[in-house]
Design a protein around this ligand. Structure first.
Ligand code: GLA
Length: 740
């Protein structure tokens, strides 16, 4: 519910468990009052501390600068006295950068207004507050949107800018949200990483100054995820305050926490302001992406569940959202570029026998692509590897009762391609400067409609010629030499955002024209593992690292803000191609079942013993995948805990649970990362269950019946397993009347 308390000019957004409040202060400054556990609507003026020195500008304009530099602002702008990081920045035709946004009016309405051309939340039960602010000197109008959904504690914020003046204005910063939190005892939780080592966790105390994570790579990146949390030092997985922030966007971003002189914390999120300038002509609009803000007292796990639930209910738009995804086999780690029709047919035939449902042909099927050095942009089947094109293969695959999936990298162009030879200007580049190659390829200029059209026509021709049920949409390099042949000099810095709008436009076309194709997005593994892509693709390849042990960390980090049902995870062969490590086949499957399950190996080379496990794994995955989509995730272990001594209670193992909304069903997965001799069993308290319900389950061939209260307080006893990376998957179900 959104309330306006007119007598004190305050807005309060109340979700089921939280309140977010801000006020219109003297002279129209918009000041932040409170964000935390739910309060009934009431006067929160005291919290603004506006009567304290430095003085209110209306009573002492001489001290306006000190006021502006210390009051808590809802959407701060620069160069008028607030020297903290601002959220909104402009430059006028005269070259002046100051801006002074003051409150004009508000509107509360049911439903929401979406940012144009960008992924966004949607669905039933939303209510929106729109605040209008104006800068009198330039005629710039800023609209601040706050949306809440009836079934979520998250707040969706975004900013829209309209030029109501008579001259163009350059926008050089339009963050989606800024929040001044009245506290300095925070730790900042971020996800960092690299290729094949994505989403590692960093938790460090805030210090005075600015702590930022960002991307200037043209993608959300392997290096930092567009997510952070501010938690108190006491916050644990299931208790304590956690503020979570993420952005529904896949390009350059920045998230920053600034600890200020008065020991408050300014948290900000939005499009990366560095190298961003957008010319806004009179009458034109600019939309920021949506930011998702979560506050909970239920610890880091509570924050994650809030993100998961919001994204599942209000962001994943695919027709596949509620369906069990087909268990796939992908040929990348099986063959890389070296395959022919017979090899693929053999994999498909063996897979079908084992019950695998979708055959995905990865990179290397087009142009003359025998390695990564050519052919991107030429989406025409390679007749040498696939005589007669894709049809003989798709005939085999569909004849076996499987669906067919295909890999594309639609945003790329190889220097050795017909497309590049015909249109060298299609690549992003700066005239007179050599183009940096990465994986021997360039990035297509998706700001251009003709470029998108050239790619779309080729993709469409394939989709019209063979039955494609699944597309892997890859993006394997970052942008360098940002330059577009179609943008005038003063608009070159629009490239980064225009590129993303172009990518979204093509994805929009794909999901509109082919709504039933299941899309899995990917970016050199997990460089675009973000809520923006989730809007188009309900699953995202999380990492090129398929090693089960490393995946525990990657998937744990990913689950901090992204729903497990979106985490692309496959069983691959051992020794693992990325790490050389051997892990049991069963554990590889149990870990991959913490995501969208599939296989990525040459199934014809598996032992009979391994093959024998596959039909049961597929059947098991289908029987649990509703829990991954709709259930709540409870992380019980921590794969980042040091493993020097497995006898320590928390070291050397990982475990997680899914609990259905009704709490009648749960799934526990336990992985013993490091074995150690002569250990007693581990006692692991469960979470999220119904205290009074009686659950039955089986561990190590013994049946148990215990109450939820017992399981959460006393836990289950997991035997010391023999060997590293051993695992168990345990189903818990409440007793039905028939059972008792
Ligand atoms: C990226 C993907 C892989 C595979 C290769 C193909 O690295 O993450 O899964 O598709 O590209 O070149």
């Amino acid at each position: 519910m959104i309330t306006y308390l007119e007598s004190v000019r305050q807005f309060q957004l109340n979700t089921a468990h939280t309140t977010y409040a801000f006020a219109v202060a003297d002279e129209g400054y918009l000041t932040h009052a409170y964000w935390g556990a739910r309060l009934e609507p009431q006067d929160l003026t005291d919290l603004l501390r506006l009567k304290e020195s430095p003085f209110v500008p209306s009573t002492n304009n001489r001290e306006r600068a000190s006021f502006l530099d210390s009051a808590p602002f809802e959407y701060p702008c620069g160069f008028t006295g607030d020297y903290r990081e601002h959220a909104f920045g402009i430059e006028t035709t005269g070259g002046f950068r100051a801006c002074d946004l003051r409150y004009a009016d508000f509107r509360i309405f049911s439903g929401k207004q979406d940012p144009q051309g960008m992924p966004h939340t949607f669905g039933e039960g939303s209510e929106t507050l729109m605040i209008t602010m104006k800068d009198a000197a330039t005629g710039i109008t800023v609209l601040l949107y706050y949306t809440i959904f009836r079934d979520s504690d998250a707040i969706i914020r975004r900013t829209a800018v309209r030029n109501d003046g008579e001259k163009p204005v350059l926008l050089n910063r339009v963050l989606s949200a800024s929040v001044d939190l009245d506290d300095d005892r925070f730790e900042m939780l971020t996800l960092y990483g690299s290729w094949a080592r994505e989403r590692q966790i960093c938790r460090l105390p805030l210090r005075h100054g600015k702590q930022r994570i960002d991307s200037l790579r043209g993608e959300s990146s392997h290096q930092y995820s567009p997510f952070f949390a501010l938690v108190s030092p006491q916050t644990t997985e299931e208790t304590g305050i956690a503020y979570g922030f993420t952005l529904i966007y896949s390009g350059n971003f920045m998230l920053q926490a600034e600890l200020t002189q008065h020991c408050q914390t300014r948290a900000q999120i939005g499009i990366q302001p560095e190298d961003f300038v957008w010319e806004l002509l009179p009458g034109a609009y600019f939309d920021s992406p949506e930011a998702v803000l979560v506050c909970t007292k239920d610890g880091i796990g509570g924050m994650s569940r809030c993100f998961h639930q919001l994204f599942y209910r209000h962001l994943i738009r695919s027709t596949w959202r509620d369906k069990n995804r087909p268990v796939l086999i992908n040929n990348w780690e099986a063959t890389y570029f070296q395959f022919d029709l017979a090899k693929l047919q053999a994999i498909a035939q063996e897979s079908a026998k084992l019950g695998i449902e979708l055959f995905v042909l990865d990179d290397g099927w087009f142009g003359h692509r025998d390695s990564d050095s050519c052919s991107l942009g030429d989406w025409v089947p390679d007749q040498r590897k696939l005589p007669g094109g894709l049809k003989p293969l798709t005939d085999t695959v569909t004849g076996l009762g499987m669906k067919f999936g295909l890999w594309f990298e639609p945003e790329m162009i190889s220097p050795d391609s017909d497309l590049f030879r015909a249109h060298p200007d299609y690549a992003i580049q700066i005239p007179g400067r050599s183009r940096t190659e990465s994986r021997a390829q360039y990035v297509l200029d998706y700001c251009r409609e003709d470029v998108r059209e050239a790619v779309w026509e080729q993709i469409k021709a394939i989709l019209e010629s063979v039955p494609v049920s699944y597309i892997k949409w890859d993006m394997n390099r970052q942008i360098t030499e940002p330059g577009s042949a179609i943008l005038p000099p003063h608009r070159q810095k629009e490239l980064w955002h225009r590129y993303m709008l172009g990518v979204y436009a093509l994805l929009e076309r794909l999901v509109t024209e082919y709504p039933d194709i299941l899309i899995e997005s990917c970016s050199g593994g997990g460089a675009r593992f973000d809520p923006g892509m989730l809007y188009y693709s309900p699953q995202i390849w999380a990492s090129d690292n398929t090693d089960a042990q490393e995946r525990l960390r990657i998937q744990y980090g990913a689950s901090l803000f992204m729903p497990p049902s979106a985490i692309g995870a496959h069983v691959s062969v051992c020794p693992n191609h990325a790490t050389g490590r051997n892990t049991p086949f069963e554990t590889r499957a149990n870990v991959a079942m913490n995501g969208t399950f599939g296989y990525e190996l040459d199934v014809t080379q598996l032992s009979e013993q391994e093959k024998a496990q596959i039909p049961e794994q597929i059947q098991r995955y289908h029987s649990i995948s509703h829990l991954l989509r709709e259930g709540g995730l409870y992380r019980l272990g921590n794969p980042f805990a040091p493993a020097e001594c497995a006898a320590q209670t928390h070291a050397g193992w990982d475990a997680w649970m899914y609990v259905s909304e009704s709490k009648e069903e749960a799934l526990l997965t336990f992985v013993q990362i490091t074995a150690e001799a002569n250990l007693r069993s581990r006692r692991i308290p469960l979470a999220g269950l119904d205290e009074t319900a009686v659950y039955h389950y089986n561990i190590d061939h013994t049946d148990y019946r215990k109450t939820g209260a017992y399981l959460m307080q006393c836990g289950v006893l997991i035997p010391n397993l023999h060997g590293d990376m051993q695992s168990l998957q345990i189903r818990l179900e409440t007793e039905t009347d028939a059972d008792s």
